[in-house]
Design a protein around this ligand. Structure first.
Ligand code: GLU
Length: 421
């Protein structure tokens, strides 16, 4: 692969392939395994007709991509967003393979997406869209095959509809077909907060590694959805001063620290920051280049790019979102000595507790939140140490180290299983 020919600034799949190539070369990965791991095992595109509330019919496009099911069932969220593309779903599916391998949970990687604007759909339209999409991909999913979960634009309510639709088809309640369900349906304690809580843990470890005291640090969080809001709360609880948080329209900034009680109370009832005035209004672009110690991109892909990387002032970046930093930006930041904790580890708290949820569903035995969080912390801190150990031994970035660990684990399974012919 010629990395220079990839369009890594705009296309998340090509960005993923770039990082893969860097790590695969370091590992001197076998050519055959290279080929296997750079294409999805399976992908499907489905048309989803929905009867809209005004009586019209609208057909939505949906995808499910299984990047790898070698280490276990496919695992990964379902994204409902107008920006979904097949290449984005492919990238996200591959990132799930690497993420599950980095934290060593027994899953492969998969992802789904439907091109739609969930906020503009009525509840009934959203339910019909979800159920019809589930019916369309039903042969691919299942507790032993591929286990969806929430992602951008989806939530526990959507997971409940998927669980119900699948269960009606297989004629028995099957809670293990999705994770991120409401507690009453077999969801796990701690799952909703897990990604942001994990981002907090990984920020703490990153700061220790860089010799920084969390209590002396400031941070800015891009995004106030599930991941951004819980990350901000976790960082505040660790003693960092959260000076900015944003929604899609812009950010709130207070150099003395935002009133996190007010932010939390507001976000309990609202999806964005409008109406909250505990800081100055700045743009999302300004948030990225704020003079802070820690930057948490927790919104979407490609927000730290070749155009703004040189202006980033943070010393530590912890990727709450998947794919927020482009490869060119990463090279610029590395030259400046910025420590970047990559998405496949930084935001792996979500899938780790999804794994706990799936285990609890299969056992029919449920854990309390303390149990969940203790196990989550152990897995994430151990994985952090493993990744940093590889980074130090091979003198590579934490991202390359995480990919090396993941590719090594996935390859080992292919080698042991052999190729069925
Ligand atoms: N969508 C989340 C992610 O990107 C969670 C996936 C899961 O829990 O399966 O990691």
């Amino acid at each position: 692969m010629n990395r220079d020919q990839l369009n890594t600034e705009d296309n998340p799949l090509e960005a993923m392939l770039y990082h893969f190539d860097v790590a695969a070369r370091k590992l001197a990965l076998d050519e055959g395994l290279y080929q296997i791991l750079t294409v999805p095992d399976r992908e499907i595109r489905v048309s989803i007709p929905v009867q809209m509330h005004d009586g019209s019919l609208q057909v939505f496009a949906g995808y499910r991509v299984q990047h790898s099911v070698a280490r276990g069932p496919g695992k990964g969220g379902i994204r409902f967003a107008p920006t979904v593309t097949i290449d984005e779903v492919r990238a996200l599916a591959a990132w799930m393979t690497w993420k599950c391998a980095v934290v060593n949970v027994p899953f492969g990687g998969a992802k789904g997406g439907v091109i739609c604007e969930p906020q503009s759909l009525t509840d009934t339209e959203l339910e019909q869209l979800t159920r019809r999409y589930t019916a369309a991909i039903i042969d691919l999913i299942g507790p032993e095959r591929d286990v969806p979960a929430p992602d951008m634009g989806t939530n526990p309510k959507v997971m409940a509809w998927i669980m119900d639709t699948y269960s009606m088809h297989v004629r028995h309640s099957s809670p293990g077909v999705v994770t991120g369900k409401p507690l009453e349906l077999g969801g796990s304690h701690g799952r909703i907060r897990a990604t942001g809580y994990g981002v907090g843990l990984m920020t703490r470890e990153s700061l220790y590694r860089q010799g920084l005291d969390p209590k002396q640090c400031t941070c800015a969080v891009q995004g106030c959805g599930n991941v951004g809001s819980v990350s901000a709360e976790s960082l505040h609880a660790l003693g960092l001063k959260v000076v900015a948080i944003s929604d899609i329209d812009g950010a709130l900034y207070n150099p003395d620290g935002l009133d996190m009680g007010a932010v939390r109370a507001h976000l309990r009832d609202h999806r964005d920051l409008s109406g909250l005035d505990c800081g100055d209004r700045i743009s999302n672009a300004d948030l990225i280049t704020l003079d802070v110690d820690v930057l948490i991109p927790a919104a979407t892909e490609n927000v730290i790019t070749k155009d703004n990387a040189a202006d980033v002032k943070a010393k530590v970046i912890v990727e709450g979102a998947n794919g927020p930093t482009t490869p060119v930006a990463e090279n610029i930041l590395e030259e400046k000595g910025v420590f970047i904790l990559p998405d496949v580890l930084a935001n792996a708290g979500g899938v780790t507790v999804s794994y706990f949820e799936w285990v609890q569903n299969r056992l029919g035995y449920y854990w309390d939140e303390r149990d969940v969080n203790t196990r989550l912390e152990r897995i994430m801190v151990d994985s952090f140490q493993e990744v940093c150990g590889i980074a130090d031994r091979h003198e590579v970035s934490a991202r390359t180290a995480a990919y090396m660990l993941a590719i090594d684990r996935v390859s080992a399974v292919y080698k042991l299983r052999g190729i069925y012919a």
